[in-house]
Design a protein around this ligand. Structure first.
Ligand code: UDP
Length: 238
C-alpha cells in the first residue's frame, strides 16, 4: 500500500552551508540556482512552500564566542547573516518566476517585511514562497529551531531538512564506512542516540506538535521535489 503523503504546505530548511556548494565560504550562484529550480517546480505544482535559511556560511555566534566574542552579540550578527542569504535565495527564486516575500524576525523594513504570522499564511495562500529570515529573532537559538517553530506556526504538514547526505546515518558516512542510513526514526531515537540531525530544541518542538521531519540530500538536482513525492532516499523522523 502506498503511504506517500500529499503535502498541502511544507517548510524547507536550507542551511547556510548548503548555499556554499563547493566554495569555502559565501554563496555559490550555481548551487543556489539549482535549489531555486527545484523549489520553483514544487511551488508551481501547487504545494505551498516556505523556507528558513541559515547563516553558517557567513557567521556563527557560537564559533565567534569560542574566540572571545560576546555570545549574544555574535548571535545577532549570525541572524543578520541569514538575512543576506534570504535576499540571495529570493533573487534566485524570482529569476524562476516565483513570487516571494522575505519576512524577517528582526525588523529591517527596507529589505524585508516584518514577520507577522497571519500575513505569512496569507502570502502562502496566494501562492507566494515565504522566506523566513533572522531565525527566531532571539540569540541562543539556531535556525533549525526557527525552522521547527515556523513550521508549527504555519501549520505545515512537514519540515524538510536539506543536508549534505541522503538522510540520517548512525555515524558520519563521510568518515565511517560502516555507518548505516535509517529510513525512519522516532524523535526519541534522535534525542537518545544523540544523532546529528537538528538540535534538541528543534526536535522537541517537532515532537510536541507531531511535525514530521524529512531529511534528504539537497545537493542532488530535483531532490526536494522527489522527497515530497516519496521518491529517492531520505529519512523520516516521526
Ligand atoms: N541565530 C540566532 N538565533 C536564531 C537563529 C540563528 O542567534 O534564532 C544565529 C546564531 O548565531 C547562528 C547563526 O545565527 O549561529 C546562523 O544560524 P545557523 O548556525 O542556525 O545557520 P546554519 O547552520 O543553518 O547555516
Amino acid at each position: 500500500p502506498s503511504s506517500t503523503p500529499t503535502y498541502r504546505r511544507v517548510l524547507l530548511k536550507l542551511s547556510g552551508e548548503a548555499l556554499m556548494g563547493d566554495s569555502p565560504t559565501g554563496i555559490d550562484p550555481a548551487t543556489i540556482d539549482m535549489m531555486a529550480t527545484d523549489i520553483a517546480a514544487v511551488a508551481q505544482s501547487g504545494t505551498q512552500v516556505c523556507l528558513v535559511v541559515g547563516g553558517g556560511n557567513i557567521f556563527r555566534g557560537l564559533a565567534a564566542a569560542a574566540k572571545g566574542m560576546d555570545r549574544a552579540q555574535g548571535d545577532y550578527a549570525g541572524m543578520l547573516a541569514t538575512v543576506i542569504n534570504a535576499l540571495m535565495v529570493q533573487n534566485a527564486l524570482e529569476r524562476h518566476d516565483v513570487e516571494t516575500r522575505v519576512m524577517s524576525a528582526i525588523h529591517m523594513s527596507s529589505v524585508a517585511e516584518p514577520y507577522i504570522r497571519r500575513r505569512a499564511v496569507r502570502h502562502m495562500d496566494k501562492g507566494r514562497v515565504v522566506i523566513f529570515a533572522a531565525g527566531t529573532g532571539n540569540p541562543f537559538f539556531t535556525t533549525d529551531t526557527a525552522a521547527a517553530l515556523r513550521a508549527n506556526e504555519m501549520d505545515c504538514d512537514a519540515l524538510f531538512k536539506g543536508t549534505q547526505v541522503d538522510g540520517v546515518y548512525s555515524a558520519d558516512p563521510k568518515r565511517d564506512p560502516s555507518a548505516v542510513r535509517y529510513d525512519q526514526l522516532s524523535y526519541m531515537d534522535v534525542l537518545s542516540k544523540d544523532l546529528n540531525v537538528m538540535d534538541a530544541a528543534a526536535i522537541s518542538l517537532a515532537r510536541e506538535n507531531k511535525l514530521p521531519i524529512i531529511v534528504f540530500n539537497i545537493h542532488a538536482p530535483g531532490s526536494f521535489g522527489a522527497a515530497l513525492r516519496g521518491e529517492g532516499l531520505f529519512t523520516r523522523i516521526v
